[in-house]
Design a protein around this ligand. Structure first.
Ligand code: URA
Length: 456
């Protein structure tokens, strides 16, 4: 069943330049003003230039907590909501605030489905230097992400999970704004991120929501304290709407998994589901799945054991195949991702001088992958699913005189042509720093927010 979106009774029509000027000067917009502004934006009566100016003013001056709450409501009300209440089993959703090499959805969603949860997830495309689940899913030949509200609900009822993009039906205001923020450098605002994330979670209909709020150079929240503030804002919005909501603050000072780029990240996630792959991607994925199970009443130990068993026993991989099959994708990808996914024509290894890796500039690595074609320079640009970077080292790892780390080449560049390789090579020299002595990266999981076991 579809729950139609609410429409505002009367619309505020304050001239847009006045609203922009108020934000520019540090003022706040009311609930009614935001509702009217977005209704006019979606109707084509406010153009992208005006919206971008307002967003930039808000990014610089800050949006208030009340504006974040109002924006979330405006986004949810812009479309329909998925009603999952008739489904047997707990409904669960998961979301990341955006990172580099962050493919946890591909592990967490099937893992939760494998332990009896119903997972309906609305995801986004790449944003700024970060990757997006929808772009990654679309790297799988044939796979559809533009599911209607009814298709999401039916698929969850049939196979236990669905991952869809925001569409004309579902949070269309976020879909439009997300694309505009991506190309106008207006992503890093806690209120804009919280309202974008939480509107998709509220419209998606799940009663339990676990969030992965990233902290570090590759995240939109540079410090752990900033990330905690964003996590608390999201948790408060979820709880105010009656959803069980909690968050982990996790490290994004270096890429999470071993790959940055759409098809490469799908491969990296499937390798984890097959029992190998990146231990960091595995650890954060398990912690998020266990976090959702804790919200559903398991103890921390029960939750961790249940999540690990579903991953190690292969049940989660089987559920990923169900998801891919139900959305029209080539399910052979779960057995042999490299054979099924698009491959870049030019593959070249790159390494710094021998030593110990001191920094892997996370944002820069995301930008390099983006410039290879994995991300967008303008709204609506297609992404190249095949290109990106495989990163075979972590902070602290040794690099030998042959340019290899403990797990192979330091960086393997996957590119469309030699010119793209040359540009990536020049940029990598600044992104990967090597020193004589060993350095340790920060912990992978910084903080837990909103879990009863922690008295939160
Ligand atoms: N993820 C989202 O869905 N929205 C943002 O604004 C950032 C990350």
């Amino acid at each position: 069943m579809v729950v139609p979106g609410r429409s505002a009774p009367t619309l505020d029509t304050t001239p847009v330049p006045q609203l922009i000027a108020r934000k520019r000067d540090g003022g706040a917009l009311t609930d009614e003003e935001l509702r009217g502004l977005f209704a006019r934006y979606l109707a084509g009566d406010v153009d992208d230039a005006q919206m971008a100016a307002l967003l930039m003013a808000g990014v610089i001056r800050g949006f208030s907590r009340a504006e974040a709450v109002a924006l979330t409501d405006v986004f949810v009300a812009s479309g329909d909501r998925v009603d999952l209440s008739a489904l047997a089993g707990p409904t669960v959703d998961k979301h990341s605030t955006g990172g580099v090499g962050d493919t946890t959805t591909f592990v967490v969603a099937p893992l939760l489905a494998a332990v009896g949860c119903q997972v309906a997830k609305l995801s986004g495309r790449g944003l700024g230097h970060t990757g997006g689940t929808i772009d990654k899913l679309e790297a799988i030949p044939g796979l559809r992400t533009d599911l209607s509200v009814d298709e999401v609900r039916r698929q969850v009822a049939n196979v236990g999970l669905a991952v869809a993009s925001a569409t004309a039906d579902l949070v269309p205001a976020d879909k439009r704004l997300y694309a505009l923020r991506d190309v106008t450098a207006t992503v890093p605002s806690p209120a804009l991120i919280a309202s974008s994330v939480m509107s998709k979670k509220l419209a998606g209909g799940a009663s339990t929501i676990v969030l992965d709020v990233k902290a570090g150079d590759g995240a939109f929240s540079p410090t752990v304290d900033d990330a905690e503030a964003l996590a608390r804002l999201c948790v408060d919005i979820g709880r105010a709407h009656g959803r069980r909501t909690a968050a982990l603050v996790t490290d994004m000072s270096q890429p999470l998994g071993d790959a940055v780029g759409n098809a490469l990240e799908v491969t990296a996630a499937i390798e984890v589901l097959q029992g190998g792959g990146s231990t960091r991607l595995r650890e954060v994925s398990l912690a998020l799945a266990a976090g959702a199970l804790e919200l559903l009443g398991r103890t921390a130990q029960e939750a961790a054991e249940e999540a690990a068993a579903a991953l190690d026993g292969g049940a989660a991989l089987a559920r990923l195949a169900d998801l891919i099959g139900a959305q029209g994708g080539d399910v052979r990808v779960v057995d042999d991702p490299r054979a099924v996914l698009p491959q870049a024509p030019v593959v070249v290894d790159w390494a710094p001088p021998a030593g110990r890796v001191r920094t892997l500039a996370c944002r820069r690595l995301g930008e390099i992958a983006g410039a290879l074609g994995a991300g967008r320079q303008r709204a609506g640009d297609p992404v190249d699913p095949a290109v990106g970077l495989e990163v075979g080292v972590r902070v602290g790892d040794p690099v030998d005189a042959q340019g290899r780390g403990p797990r192979g080449p330091v960086v393997r560049i996957h590119a469309r042509d030699d010119a793209a390789v040359a540009r990536a090579t020049a940029a990598l020299a600044d992104a990967v720093e090597v020193a004589d002595e060993a350095a340790a990266g920060p912990p992978l999981i910084h903080r837990r927010i909103g879990f009863a076991a922690d008295g939160d």
